[in-house]
Design a protein around this ligand. Structure first.
Ligand code: FES
Ligand SMILES: [Fe+2]
Length: 415
């Protein structure tokens, strides 16, 4: 449970808000590269961190992200002509390059120097892992792009989708690190196919730990086994909104805020060493796994809030699915969105299994305090991001910190 003020601090991401300013110090995904496939092709609208923007690829193939509203009289640049090294507003013909520099003002008499005075809002872009990322913070603080493992592998080794969550980013992130929901929300057919019994599915972790590290933190759930060992499930959270999933193939999420009440969830499966095969993705795609089946031409899942996620009450009653909702991604969306656009965390009654969530909130609040105090930011070393989530069984007496130290770095994994 949080007080109203803390809830506001953690959830608001618009310009000038504490969390909004902190997140703007990191690279944020704006769109898939193939959404602006061709040089001089059609621009796309991007809403990010509460700001309306337009993304386009210029004649040289470079992505540019401009404020949507033309600085002349605020017409939308989305309708613009993308030609000869810039985006030209179709209202009065003013043209800007990817840096926001004005290239042409054909609607004023020759000799005017207005071209040198007007600028469009622009944010720098970089392409990594078939995604266009942008940096929306102060130019002098622009960090290097982090070594996210899934973004470093060739395209054939990666499968990515995205869908909109109609709720605040923190609901998504908290859901991603909620250790005790797996045995309930996501139980059903998938577990049965893996040969788990109903009883197995109900086993929840008995130990919850969160360790702050240089890239963010790890969230660990531990179960004590009959042989005295502890089975750890360790999830990494990479600042400010990334998760690596220890699935086979490996997975990743990014909760990129569209605004305070909507989030673009990017979901990735990848193999570190070889191209993904249909077989790799079979389980993912049969029930869409962490991915969703979207309404064509949109980022909205077909099963969404407006149709109650196509909940099938017969399936729910049959015991084959705990929820009657198909797909892990849709199940998560259903619960996270059902809390409202911004969950009222003053109204919660937390259990022991939520101790990870409590620690995450404390760490995020601390990160905001440190940021306000001008302390160094978490996750500024690109190499720090070379980590994976994992599961590991260890004997009594071994601490979680020791396990993490031993297992988390990707350079220590055998391929
Ligand atoms: S509003 Fe864009 S050129 Fe006038
Ligand atoms: Fe989930």
């Amino acid at each position: 449970m949080l007080c109203a003020e803390e809830n506001e601090l953690l959830t608001r991401v618009g310009p000038g808000t504490p969390m909004g300013e902190l997140m703007r110090r990191y690279w944020i995904p704006a769109a898939f590269s193939n959404q602006i496939e061709k040089a001089d092709g059609p621009p796309v609208r991007v809403r990010l961190m509460g700001e309306n923007l337009v993304l386009f690829r210029d004649s040289n193939g470079n992505p540019g992200l401009l404020g949507e509203y033309c600085p002349h009289r605020t017409a939308s640049l989305f309708y613009g002509r993308n030609e000869e090294g810039g985006l030209r507003c179709v209202y009065h013909g003013v043209k800007f390059d990817i840096h926001g520099k004005c290239l042409d003002v054909p609607c004023v008499p020759p000799g005017s120097n207005v071209k040198d005075q007007v600028r469009a809002k622009s944010y720098p872009c970089i392409e990594r892992g078939d995604i266009v990322w942008t940096y929306m913070g102060p130019p002098e603080h622009k960090p290097e792009f982090p070594d996210l493992e899934w973004a470093l592998v060739p395209s054939a080794q990666r499968f990515s989708t995205r869908h909109i969550q109609e709720c605040n980013w923190l609901q998504g992130l908290e859901g991603g690190f909620d250790a005790s929901h797996l045995s309930f929300l996501h139980s059903g057919l998938v577990d049965m196919r893996r040969g788990r019994t109903d009883h197995d599915r109900r086993i929840v972790p008995t130990k919850y730990e969160v360790l702050p590290l240089d890239f963010g933190f790890v969230v660990a759930g531990g179960r004590e086994l009959e042989n005295g060992n502890t089975s750890w499930h360790v999830d990494v959270m990479l600042f400010p909104f990334h998760k690596i999933i220890p699935s086979v193939p490996l997975g990743a999420h990014i909760w990129a805020p569209i605004d305070d009440e909507n989030t673009m969830l990017y979901s990735i499966n990848f193999h570190p060493d070889r191209p993904l095969t249909d077989q790799d993705l079979e389980r993912e795609l049969e029930w869409r796994g962490i991915h969703t089946d979207n309404i064509p031409g949109t980022d909205m899942a077909k099963a969404n809030r407006a149709n109650d996620y196509m909940i099938d009450r017969e399936l729910q009653a049959s015991g084959k699915s705990y929820t009657g909702i198909r797909g892990l991604g849709v199940q998560d969306c259903a619960m996270q969105e059902s809390m409202g656009p911004i969950a009222d965390r003053t109204q919660e009654f937390l259990f022991v299994g939520d101790s990870g969530i409590v620690r995450i909130r404390k760490l995020l609040l601390k990160a905001l305090r440190d940021f306000a105090d001008g302390k160094p930011l978490i996750g500024m070393d690109p190499a720090g991001y070379r980590v994976r989530s994992f599961r590991h069984e260890c004997p009594p007496g071994v601490t979680l910190a020791e396990v993490v130290n031993e297992k988390i770095r990707t350079d220590k994994f055998s391929a």
